[in-house]
Design a protein around this ligand. Structure first.
Ligand code: APR
Length: 254
């Protein structure tokens, strides 16, 4: 990573009126949340997350999928934002028009102080009725329910269906308002900063291309190659917790 690329990125961000940030699992990795495509350890090592994160998996084995999400929910509740989240939150205080679109179901951006965050794939800390019996989404606060933890998942108090995590699974539609807003922010930004996503899951993976087609500069932060890398204007190769604070430092010098 040449300091020059950091300087150039800071310069581009400095000149932008509107900045949209797309984040993925990589930004939370340094907080201790495994990415979706990391090999898992311990109890869950034998499972492929992509096979558990589907409505079909939940229908055929609700307890397995519930327990897997409870494990992830607990993990997410125990970790703290890292230097990458904090640097992204700082961007909001440096520039006026900054929006984060995240594929992550944790709330580490908010914990770091970011205010304008759109969650495309839901929120692992909340739950809903599998059948959304009272409208999309029918959110249910499971802390108000009495249920047998060995016979999970708990049941919807309105219709008796299983309760599920309030996240978007493979094959499901994204929440309409969030998706529309994300497209709007992608179409209207001068710069899109793409951090820690493999770009393998659509429609989130299409947002940088939409931004590019509308004239935005794309700056990518990722230690590896993603589906975005080949059309990024600048690729900052490395961990977001290391790279992003350097970009902020360079911005302060601008
Ligand atoms: N800093 C930045 N990027 C990192 C870091 C790091 N420290 N460590 C890993 N990465 C990168 C990886 O190189 C990879 O490109 O983060 C990316 C993580 O990719 P995925 O696990 O595919 O995560 P993501 O792109 O967010 O997945 C999208 O797929 O499984 C679904 O709904 C799930 O939201 C998720 C979506």
């Amino acid at each position: 990573m040449t300091p020059n690329l950091i300087q150039q990125s800071a310069q581009i961000i400095h000149q932008a009126n509107t900045l949209t940030i797309l984040t993925g699992a990589g930004v939370s990795k340094e907080s201790g949340v495994p990415t979706f495509r990391d090999a898992l350890e311990g109890l869950w090592a034998q499972y492929d997350p992509q096979e558990l994160a589907t409505p079909q998996a939940f229908t055929s084995n609700p307890k397995l999928v519930w327990d897997w999400y409870e494990w992830r929910r607990k993990l997410a509740s125990e970790v703290a934002p890292n230097a990458g989240h904090i640097a992204l939150a700082e961007l909001e205080s440096i520039k006026d028009d900054v929006h984060i679109i995240t594929q992550n179901v944790d709330d580490l951006h908010e914990q770091a102080g970011s205010q304008n965050v759109i969650h495309l794939h839901g929120n692992i800390a909340t739950h809903k009725c599998f059948d959304n019996c009272r409208g999309i989404p029918t959110l249910i606060d499971i802390t108000t329910l009495t249920y047998n933890k060995d016979a999970t998942p708990p049941k919807c108090p309105y219709c008796g269906s299983n309760i599920r995590p309030n996240v978007v699974w493979f094959g499901e539609n994204l929440p309409q308002y969030e998706l529309n807003t994300a497209i709007e922010y992608s179409q209207n930004c001068d710069v899109m900063l793409v951090v820690g996503t493999s770009g393998m899951v659509s429609p989130a993976s299409e947002l940088p291309r939409i931004a590019k087609q509308h004239g935005a500069k794309i700056i990518e932060v990722n230690p590896d190659i993603s589906t975005i890398t080949h059309y990024a204007d600048i690729k900052l190769e490395g961990a977001s917790g290391e790279i992003l604070p350097k970009v902020i430092e360079a911005l302060h010098e601008n």
